[in-house]
Design a protein around this ligand. Sequence first.
Ligand code: NAD
Length: 281
Amino acid sequence: MSAEIIDGKELALEIRKNLKEKILRLKKAPKLVVILAGDDEASKIYVRNKQKAAAEIGIETELFRFEENSSQKQLEELIDRLNQDKDVNGILLQLPVPAHINGNALLERIDPAKDVDGFHPFNIGLLQNGANKATIAATPKGVLRLIKSVKKDLTGLNAIVIGRSVIVGKPMAMLLLNENCTVIIAHSHTKDLKELCLKADIVVSSTGCGKMVKADWIRKGATVIDVGICRDENGKLCGDVDFESVKEVASYITPVPGGVGPMTIAMLLENTIEAYLKQRG
Ligand code: NAD
């Protein structure tokens, strides 16, 4: 029997609807500031989509654009000013930044209370401590929500996270560990990836290697979450997972597009509202 498809688009819509209602009850609209440095075309699209989604639910946004040749100091000064501004609830630095800019230094400069991306070491540390007051990076937070939409209790399950990026793989592994899963983190140097995958009840893949995860890597009945955004040999959008074959083995699977992507934006919006509420005690 074919796997049940976890519809990230539908779940994200429902979350956004609830967030919109929540905002209507607030005294003032939360404000998210987006910083975009450089000319990366994909980043411009991501930023536009984030601003549009925020506006739809009543989050005010402001975009600060910097030229490719902007200086570290200019960006630092803006972050310092935004940190002090009581009307700003969330600060998002769109990555990647131009090569001569130290992105990590900028992320560390953002007030952790306004770090809606959850990339500040303070929030990463809170997540590691298992504290539920951490701001969690939007993509892994969304992935966990997708898994929990079909499996309430993850205790004792074997999970594998393929990819160890700071924005997805590492926080994802920590979230699953906090849910009492036994977690393997695999990466480009991992040996016997197929065998490790076959042990997993939950597979989360975030590598960018199109259709790498095949049906014979998947244990019957597993839950498979595909974070990857890739192009297949015909230029068609696909994920890390060979969806058509894997769906015949898994119990639950996310599609690309329409799986993790919409949840990432929904979680960013949720993080912004949570930041607003925390700042107002
Ligand atoms: P990354 O691009 O920074 O790094 C890739 C990771 O995959 C590394 O940890 C690497 O070790 C691992 N990897 C590469 N080849 C591998 C292989 N053959 N076997 C095992 N591991 C391998 O990671 P990222 O930023 O998490 O992005 C990964 C993919 O997820 C990209 O396609 C990206 O576009 C996508 N992504 C999607 C969303 C979303 O919202 N849907 C969000 C973030 C990233």
